[in-house]
Design a protein around this ligand. Structure first.
Ligand SMILES: Nc1ncnc2c1ncn2[C@@H]1O[C@H](COP(=O)(O)OP(=O)(O)OP(=O)(O)O)[C@@H](O)[C@H]1O
Ligand SMILES: [Mg+2]
Length: 307
């Protein structure tokens, strides 16, 4: 990648907490104007990595270079470039919504004459104009999340980092946050950590799969889906699982089979074409409860990559 194109360059990042290796030689480049998704199981190291990019936590080894500045040498500069929505936003409970935004606007050096206009704009954007004079401690989880999004944007940063922005939100609020992220695509460089595979698939330009502090794979959602899966996923639910490994190796002898996983009593088989489906189903004889086919999703990729 051309160095001008790279906005965030994560280089050989490692971090241990006691005996736990949270990040293990992590390398990742995020392009200017790109929306990069990070997915991975609980404890994979997603939050640890982004806290380092936000200069909240230091690595044991490695560096992150943000627009040419190193987290080791220019943390203040980097912080001013990033809007960060933490996993568990810590808001000042007794502040009114608009006063909280004003406080952060002043802290980040937004010119005084712009502050009121900026706050009105942000409150409107997150649908909180009518609650602007209410205190944070009177807000529900979703309303807090909306204010946290506004807070992350208050200084109009070039880079936005969202750690599970729609976690625990009702579907309508989650959608409005997703739509909002979509409107920023191309204008900002963004990182989105999420456990919602559809969210990652529909929003992100590229997705990185993190497991045990390492990148397992990275690419466009289409690339990831096409890489391990073919045209169709065959799902066979069985009564008794029997010897899973033996079934897996039998299935893999079929020419059409690209990959096999076994999750919750169900074999998930990616097929390059459909004409061997009935022969594969026959392997399970009377143990079959149900048979379905579907298009491959990012969830299939996740399951295949990290389990
Ligand atoms: N301050 C800390 N002290 C000790 N261990 C920590 C600390 N922060 C993170 N860890 C450990 O590091 C590992 C990575 O944690 P991290 O929060 O980065 O995971 P994550 O990918 O964000 O997971 P989740 O999807 O659950 O949010 C975990 O095993 C976690 O318990
Ligand atoms: Mg996390």
């Amino acid at each position: 990648m051309d160095s001008n194109e790279v906005m965030i360059n994560i280089k050989s990042l490692s971090k241990s907490f006691g005996r736990i290796k949270a990040l293990d030689d992590l390398n990742l480049e995020i392009k200017r104007g790109e929306l990069l998704g990070i997915i991975g199981p609980n404890g994979a190291g997603k939050t640890t990595a982004i806290r380092m990019a936000c200069c909240i936590l230091k690595p044991d080894f490695g560096d992150i270079v943000v627009d040419g500045y190193s987290i080791h040498h220019d943390p203040i500069r980097i912080k001013s470039m990033i809007g960060y929505l933490p996993e568990e936003p810590n808001l000042y409970e007794r502040f009114k919504a608009k006063d909280l935004l004003k406080y952060f606007a002043e802290l980040y050096g937004v010119p005084k004459e712009n502050i009121d206009g900026r706050i009105d704009e942000l409150l409107e954007l997150v649908g909180m104009t009518e609650r602007s004079d209410d205190r944070i401690n009177t807000f529900s989880k979703g309303l807090r999340q909306r204010i946290s999004v506004a807070r992350a944007l208050v200084h109009d940063p070039e880079i936005l980092i969202f750690d599970e922005p729609t976690m625990g939100l009702d579907p309508a609020t989650a959608n409005s946050i997703r739509n909002f992220i979509r409107t920023l695509k191309g204008q900002k460089t963004m990182i989105l950590c999420t456990h919602y595979m559809e969210e990652a698939d529909s929003l992100c330009d590229r997705v990185a799969i993190l497991d045990k502090g390492r990148i397992m794979d990275v690419g466009t959602p289409e690339y990831l889906k096409s890489k391990i899966h073919g045209d169709v996923i065959l799902k066979i639910k069985v009564q008794k699982q029997g010897d899973v490994d033996q079934f897996k190796s039998k299935i893999m002898q079929f020419e059409s089979a690209g990959a096999v996983d076994f999750v919750d009593g169900e074999f998930l088989i990616s097929l390059k074409y459909r004409n061997e489906i009935s022969a594969i189903v026959d392997l399970f004889g009377n143990e079959v409860i149900s048979v379905n086919t579907k298009e491959p999703t990012l969830e299939d990729v996740f399951i295949h990559t990290v389990t």
